[in-house]
Design a protein around this ligand. Sequence first.
Ligand code: FES
Ligand SMILES: [Fe+2]
Length: 345
Amino acid sequence: MQEVLKNQWYLAVPSTKIKANKIETLEILGEPILFFRDSQGVVQAIKDICPHRGIPLHFGRIVQDMVVCPYHGWKFDGAGVCREIPSLTSTQKLDCTKIKIKSYPIKEMYGAVWIFIGDANFDQSLTPQPPIFADLPLDAKPEICEVVEFPCHIDHAVIGLMDPAHGPYVHQSWFWRSSKSSYEKHKSFGPVDYGFRMKRHEPSKNSKAYKILGGEPTTEITFRLPGTRVEHVQVGKKSFYSLTALMPLTENRTQVVQMVFWTIPWLILAKPFIRSFGHTFLGQDLDAVTKQQVGLKFDPSLMLIADADTQAKWYYGLKKEWSDHLKDSREFKNPVPDTVLSWRS
Ligand code: FES
Ligand SMILES: [Fe+2]
């Protein structure tokens, strides 16, 4: 089995999905997790299994910022501490606060709820952080948000989305590019913390999608573990961000969240077009990995070729270094070099 990374921040859900007094539930890395928003507006996340008899707590309800189990009414707060056991009599002295469900650290920023999946005592500053968009306030909301489930291991979703050679074949659309208009490309890359970056450059001439931004756009693409990609397009002083965050639900199901932000006021007019473009694009990737699963059932050996698959090699290298540095209790050493990659697409 290929590894999925723990001790990581993952983008779990768009903020709009977590409403006050409403329970949301999601399986993340095989752990059932319950989310709700308390009366202060803070998102809480606890394991979705009652420690008494194991019933999922999402069948219960929220009362006064507490989750009430549907079976015997035990109440748990957002930190997972049991606050009440209704069956206890006045003379029974069981301290219910000693009963605790696992709770998960949460960060809410840019309209997304990020969750830390890992050991309670792991130093969360020594792990890749959710991305920061320098010219957006932390409470900025995405202009467009889409959540899609890919029926594959996170590794195939990551390398499928970063792969530069599939564009002319998978994303053949009238508004994008045809397989006939391919060019040789040379892009500079370098390491960043827990990832790598395609350095700022002008988009290639067959990438028509950038044209709607007007002006002379430049773009920079950053990938970080565990599966976060940010494209930052700049037109003059204005920004366009596309965030793609992947999270393993189970070994063979991966959630892909795509969020788009911008500081270009008139782009609101192009919003329906950008939304449908993104939707089509992600749908084409989903279609490719779904078909790929048909072949992967037979457990074929696979290939990674230079330079088109070099970013995929870096991804595997980063993952391995992540595991190795924890095993050896040493600092993370980024294996990605400063280099130029060339391919035709
Ligand atoms: S199973 Fe939850 S209170 Fe008994
Ligand atoms: Fe793609």
